[in-house]
Design a protein around this ligand. Structure first.
Ligand code: NAP
Ligand code: MG
Length: 493
């Protein structure tokens, strides 16, 4: 039993049982099929949700299409859409304790972290609530007897497909901009963590989002996800997930050439120079990889350390790592929870074995922790003696494992940092201003943090270089991803 008692509204939601939402109606799958939702802290199933198949995807897309074409949402006064999106933010905040418990139970993340995430999800709605009143077009400098202007219009029906690591944040980063720019959406959360997205659909309705504008389907990638990404009546897919599935999405989109934006995996370099504040660097690097049990696309999974401070940095990192308390999501004082599933547990421990067999050394951690019962607990693990060509330095582990790689100088740090197929995020720790900016320029990644790690804000665009994907979420650049641009020519003669 979790030591933090479940709120009555959480029990009520789980016992519901939770339903999907299509066209504003709470529904089961047409087939009647369901699947189990597992608590990673105990390895036990605690509820069942509908398993959407192709007919459910068709029904949801049909509702989203109807809602888009009759302009029940995009036709509202922009200020009204702002008001409704603010209301969604408000409702998330009002229900933050309930949502955080559901998220913690579903994903295994510590309750405190889950609460912070619910707040961040609300902030995404709050940020995008400001956009409907700021979607300007342009006038174009053409010949005197012509008048040409551009309109920014919604793309249409958006399919959102998201992973399990930050379930409600991922969902909000898709739903909030889709709505702000006038689209309708069919969202498929990850099979491991469907619950907060299902609850979000209810909160959107409560806030006044018209029926059919936000449709949420719980289901599996191989059927519901694939059907959504292939669907000829879906105009755009906004995807966050693995690079491998990103490729499937791209192939699936070719039928109707739907727009695609992809936020994919990473193997982010985190560079620590000898002149950095090592205490801050080790703490930041530790949080950068072990927050959310390393299940973070921007995880600080390759730590490049200047040789002269290597040993000192490693002992500081190991000490910080040992202070991270492993425990169940709903227990006071837990700093790091389990990984999300049995499959992920096997993947992560498999990589730890690979690291050992490649000749890297375990400086701390390195085992599954069975002292906490049947939950999927893996000790936070630091590898030293890693070469950048090792598998543990090249492949995304997506768990609480980091690899420390010694480097000689700035040039070698940049070269190794870029020696990866990914380009999502990076960090540099130094007190030398020009070195910091030189490295920031040299790294091929969508985000560079200087003397910090893992910061996000809805106003800051975010996305990948190389095989970490394309397109940008958040910030003003998300307008490109969620609108089409139309040029209108008027003959003044
Ligand atoms: P995943 O396996 O790629 O799954 C992501 C989503 O795609 C899930 O909803 C999944 O459904 C669905 N899916 C699976 N196969 C599909 C298919 N053939 N067609 C359509 N949809 C399909 O990723 P994950 O394991 O959930 O999450 C971990 C990955 O996400 C990591 O690689 C991580 O780096 C990446 N990530 C990236 C960012 C970013 O912003 N760049 C953020 C967070 C995570 P199922 O749940 O049923 O498999
Ligand atoms: Mg998956």
């Amino acid at each position: 039993m979790p030591s933090i008692e479940l709120l009555p509204e959480v029990t009520k939601f789980i016992e519901g049982p939770p339903k999907m939402n299509i066209g504003g109606k709470a529904v089961d799958a047409i087939s009647g099929h369901t699947f189990e939702v597992i608590d990673p802290s105990s390895g036990k199933s605690f509820c069942e949700v509908p398993r959407a198949g192709v007919p459910d995807v068709d029904a949801a897309v049909e509702e989203a299409r109807k809602a888009f074409e009759d302009r029940r949402w995009s036709g509202l006064r922009p200020g009204k859409r702002t008001e409704v999106l603010f209301k969604v933010a408000e409702l998330i905040k009002r229900n933050i304790n309930e949502l955080a418990q559901i998220e913690a139970l579903d994903s295994g993340k510590p309750l405190q972290l889950a609460s912070g995430e619910m707040w961040a999800a609300a902030e995404a709605f709050r940020y995008f609530a400001g956009w409907p009143t700021k979607i300007y077009g342009e006038t174009n400098p053409t010949e005197d007897d012509l008048f040409v202007y551009t309109l920014r219009e919604p793309v249409g029906v958006v399919g959102g497909i998201v992973p399990w690591n930050f379930p409600l944040i991922n969902a909000s980063w898709k739903v909030a901009p889709a709505l702000a720019f006038g689209n309708t959406i069919v969202l498929k959360p990850a099979e491991q963590t469907p619950l907060t997205a299902l609850r979000l659909a209810e909160l959107c309705l409560e806030a006044g989002v018209p029926e059919g504008v936000v449709n949420v389907l719980s289901g599996f990638g191989e059927d519901a996800g694939a059907a959504l990404s292939q669907h000829y009546d879906v105009d755009k897919i906004t995807f966050t997930g693995s690079t491998e599935v990103g490729r499937h999405i791209l192939h699936a989109s070719e039928g109707n050439l739907k727009r695609v934006t992809l936020e994919l995996g990473g193997k982010s370099p985190n560079i620590v120079f000898a002149d950095a504040n090592l205490r801050k660097a080790s703490m930041g690097s530790m949080m950068g990889v072990f927050l959310n049990s390393g299940q973070v696309c921007t995880a600080s999974s390759r730590i490049l350390v200047e040789k002269s401070v290597h040993d000192e940095f490693v002992s500081s990192l190991v000490e910080a790592t040992k202070s991270m308390k492993l425990g169940p999501a709903l227990e006071e004082g837990t700093g790091m929870g389990p990984v999300v599933s049995q499959e992920q547990l096997e993947r992560v421990t498999g990589y730890i074995d690979i690291g050992r067999s490649e000749g890297a050394e375990v400086a701390t951690g390195g085992e599954r922790d069975t002292s906490l019962g049947d939950g999927y607990f893996v000790q936070p693990t630091v590898f030293t003696g890693v070469r950048n060509d090792m598998k543990i330095a090249q492949e995304e582990i997506f768990g609480p494992v980091t690899a420390v790689i010694p480097v000689d100088d700035v040039d070698e740090a940049i070269r190794i940092a870029n020696d990866t197929i990914y380009g999502l995020a990076s960090a540099v720790w130094t007190n030398d201003l020009s070195k910091a900016h030189k490295v920031a320029r040299g790294i091929k990644a969508g985000t560079v943090w200087i003397n910090t790690y893992g910061l996000f804000d809805p106003s800051v665009s975010y996305g990948g270089y190389k095989q970490s994907g394309f397109g940008r979420d958040l910030g003003r650049h998300s307008m490109e991803a969620f609108t089409e641009m139309k040029s209108v020519w008027v003959n003044l003669k």
